[in-house]
Design a protein around this ligand. Structure first.
Ligand code: C2E
Ligand code: CA
Ligand code: CA
Ligand code: CA
Length: 272
């Protein structure tokens, strides 16, 4: 028993070493990713439920490293946050997305571009000025920019968050709440914060297929949002049956593989 115990410890340590090693490699690679131009953006269509037309896109960050290959944002963004690298990366995302949206607009296809904001960016007092500077620099009309925030960023420091949101709204951009329903949803902040759009998390859209409770939850989110003057986007729409249900529930916009996968701008095909 003693022998196998020691083996177990040795095994565990080797695995831990490997994890630490992987993490260090990832950290090192991430520190130089921006200057080595290893990031690009993929855009995913957001479709108006009534007309079936694409009215916006969400910009999603992609990292292609020469040795590590494609690293998923779910994996590297938390690391970038922890290392304090998310601010320059986030600014690159914002500038690149706004420049692209400006190009589409100039080509006669105005599309709203939605950009994900990290907690760290949102905490920076200068964030609204940074956004204003990027709009100025790229010439993108502010009404074509949407920022996606999450509920957790707004919790805790409600006063500060409210001030921040108001400063952002003064730029005439739109604000959405991402992954809605998965976090610390509170009705009081919905009433108080100037949020334009709720993005129903894909977990609800998935659960709607098998359970009537998820349908009731989505129906309630839509009713509440509409009565507060907000729009609703459903995320992760993969099937025509989900689209039908969501149209019936009066969800305003859809996003998901049914309409298209996230793609680089050069090859993006837009529905409608
Ligand atoms: P998110 O903001 O909730 O983005 C939606 C995720 O769902 C994306 O994953 C997208 O590719 C995926 N998705 C879209 N349609 C479908 C569908 O029909 N089915 C399924 N199963 N998935 C779908 P992705 O691109 O891997 O991004 C993961 C997360 O990484 C994002 O979740 C967001 O939290 C974060 N992220 C991505 N880009 C950025 C960025 O530029 N800045 C920040 N701060 N976070 C980002
Ligand atoms: Ca998002
Ligand atoms: Ca989401
Ligand atoms: Ca998410």
């Amino acid at each position: 028993a003693k022998e196998s115990g020691r083996d177990a410890i040795r095994f565990f340590t080797a695995e831990m070493n490997e994890q630490v090693h992987d993490r260090l490699l990832l950290e090192q690679a991430l520190r130089t990713a921006l200057e080595r131009d290893e990031f690009h953006l993929a855009y995913q269509a957001q479709v108006d439920s009534a007309s079936g037309r694409c009215i916006g896109v969400e910009a999603l960050l992609r990292w292609q490293h020469p040795e590590l290959g494609a690293v998923s944002p779910a994996r590297f963004i938390p690391v970038a946050e922890a290392l304090g690298l998310i601010e320059p990366i986030g600014e690159w995302v914002l500038r690149t997305a706004c420049r692209q949206a400006r190009t589409w607009q100039e080509a006669g296809r105005p599309l709203r571009v939605a950009v994900n904001v990290s907690a760290r960016q949102f905490r920076n007092q200068d964030f609204p000025e940074r956004v204003a500077a990027v709009l100025e620099e790229t010439g993108l009309p502010p009404t074509l920019l949407e920022l996606e925030l999450t509920e957790s960023m707004l919790m805790g420091q409600a006063e500060r968050a409210e001030l921040m949101l108001r400063r952002l709204k003064q730029l005439d951009i739109t604000l959405s709440l991402d992954d809605f329903g998965t976090g610390y949803s509170s009705f009081s902040y919905l009433q108080r914060f100037p949020i334009d759009t709720l993005k129903v998390d894909q977990s609800f859209v998935r659960a709607m297929l098998t359970g009537s409770r998820a349908v009731s939850i989505v129906a309630a989110i839509v009713a509440m949002a509409h009565s507060l003057g907000m729009r609703v986007i459903a995320e992760g729409v993969e099937l025509a049956s989900q689209r039908r249900q969501l149209v019936e529930l009066e969800c305003d916009e859809m996003q998901g593989y049914l309409y298209g996968r996230p793609q680089p701008a050069e090859v993006l095909e837009l529905p409608g």
